[in-house]
Ligand binder design. Structure first.
Ligand code: SF4
Ligand code: SF4
Length: 164
């Protein structure tokens, strides 16, 4: 239906809402409860491709996999990543002394994940990141680290789809 006429567009929208309302009402009258997800007790089934908040991969030795190259910071369109590199004495040579992501500005685009040559930052399945203050949306390295074995769904997906 064309939305050129504003009245038709309003009626069209109202019809969609009414149709859903009547369908759900009819299901409710028949004793069915499956038309709504009772969040947070119930959760939606998350598809493998889900992009939740970006997190840092923590290796089995407890350290971050990140080598502070800065590519994710450069790729981020909202400049919400801040990295301060520092030197290490081992063969890795660099690590992020500071690695912050401002989740209030992150739009879960996944460009940081695509840019990373080390598979050190990946999109997790975490989507609930509310906070009570603006400061609370700033996640630091210790908040962002997630053990590698908890990120298997995403890393498997990346290797399959990005030909890694
Ligand atoms: S998901 Fe997108 S917006 Fe968020 S930190 Fe990564 S590149 Fe930036
Ligand atoms: S691109 Fe990867 S390795 Fe480089 S700074 Fe970002 S997370 Fe670390």
């Amino acid at each position: 239906m064309s939305n050129a006429n504003p009245l038709l567009a309003i009626l069209s929208g109202l019809w969609v809402s009414t149709r859903h309302f009547l369908r759900n009402l009819s299901r409710f009258a028949r004793g069915r409860q499956d038309f709504a997800i009772h969040f947070p007790e119930q959760r939606l089934v998350q598809p493998p491709a889900l992009r939740g908040m970006p997190v840092l991969v923590q290796m089995d030795n407890g350290k971050e996999r990140c080598v502070a190259c800065g590519l994710c910071e450069w790729a981020c369109p909202t400049t919400c990543i801040t990295i301060y590199p520092a030197e290490t004495t081992d063969e890795v040579e660099r690590y992020p002394q500071i690695f912050d992501i401002d989740m209030a500005r992150c739009m879960f685009c996944g460009l940081c994940e695509e840019a990373c040559p080390e598979e050190a930052i990946v999109m997790s399945r975490q989507i609930e990141i509310a906070s009570y203050s603006r400061r609370g949306s700033l996640w630091h390295k210790q908040d962002l680290l997630v053990p590698v074995n908890q990120l298997k769904t995403r890393t498997d997906y990346l290797r399959r789809n990005y030909d890694r």
